[in-house]
Ligand binder design. Structure first.
Ligand SMILES: *[C@@H]1O[C@H](CO)[C@@H](O)[C@H](O)[C@H]1NC(C)=O
Ligand SMILES: *[C@@H]1O[C@H](CO)[C@@H](O)[C@H](O)[C@H]1NC(C)=O
Ligand SMILES: *[C@@H]1O[C@H](CO)[C@@H](O)[C@H](O)[C@H]1NC(C)=O
Length: 228
């Protein structure tokens, strides 16, 4: 028979969850999953490619769950799935979709690396690869990062050329800016030198003036410094 005791327990549970939520809120920001800088990777069919994934966890972990999923226009599947006992152990693979996939990297010594290697690439391997990590220590919150893989029959050289052109242009612009700065500095230096020379003339002439005014040496020093 449901009574006040049950309702009390329910309230306590709610309150408990709420407080736990508040407590875990900053923690949820602590586990991060990263696939590195390049989120789109191009690879040639028949070759192999490393899909990088690392995670960070400042609160540590135990029995951490991880898996990689694949999603293309017509397929969704789990490629590999496993656990990591703790910070001192390497990942244990429980399930693997294909022999072409292997887990690389290590989770020892804070490397937290659960990258996978895909061998003998096929055009059908083009798609989204998502690395998921779930840490029981962090209320089983899931974190993930996605890489887009394009399997192509040859890598476009154009991309590199474009990058090189951009780099050359950027380099050129920076070089030009430095040159302009140097020229400016040089001109400023020349101007300063000329003005110093002028100042010397002024001082000497004003000295002459001073002598004439009967105030030797004082006028020149009162003059505010010339702005360059
Ligand atoms: C990649 O695909 C192209 C086009 O289908 C094919 O000619 C080539 O032999 C393939 N390369 C490898 C290494 O499988
Ligand atoms: C797979 O990707 C498609 C297109 O981006 C998306 O609509 C779909 O929800 C994804 N499927 C899963 C299971 O994530
Ligand atoms: C993860 O491990 C792989 C395989 O050992 C390695 O090639 C890769 O550089 C590692 N990634 C990082 C971020 O350490």
């Amino acid at each position: 028979m449901p009574g006040a005791g049950d309702r009390g327990a329910a309230w306590a549970r709610w309150l408990g969850t709420g407080l736990l939520g508040l407590f875990l809120l900053p923690m949820s920001l602590s586990l991060e999953v990263s696939v590195g800088k390049a989120t789109t990777i191009y690879a040639v069919n028949g070759t192999e490619i490393l899909l990088p994934c690392t995670f960070s966890s400042c609160f540590g972990f135990h029995d951490l769950q991880f898996w990689w999923s694949f999603n293309s226009s017509d397929t969704f599947k789990i490629l590999i799935d496993g656990t990591v006992k703790n910070e001192k152990s390497d990942p244990k693979v429980k399930l693997k979709d294909s022999e072409r996939i292997s887990l690389e990297g290590s989770t020892k010594e804070k490397m937290n690396n659960i990258s996978i290697l895909l061998r003998n690439l096929d055009f059908r391997d083009t798609g989204k690869y998502t690395c998921h990590v779930k840490n029981p220590k962090e209320n089983y919150l899931q974190h993930q990062a996605t890489i887009l893989l394009h399997v192509v029959d040859k890598l476009e050289e154009v991309d590199n050329t474009v990058t090189l052109i951009i780099l050359a242009v950027v380099g050129g612009v920076i070089g030009l800016l430095i040159l302009i700065m140097l020229v400016k500095k040089f001109i400023a230096f020349i101007v300063k030198k000329t003005q110093e020379k002028k100042k010397e003339c002024l001082v000497s002439s004003s000295g002459n003036d001073n002598t004439e005014n009967g105030l030797p040496g004082s006028k020149a020093e009162e003059k505010p410094p010339t702005k360059v």
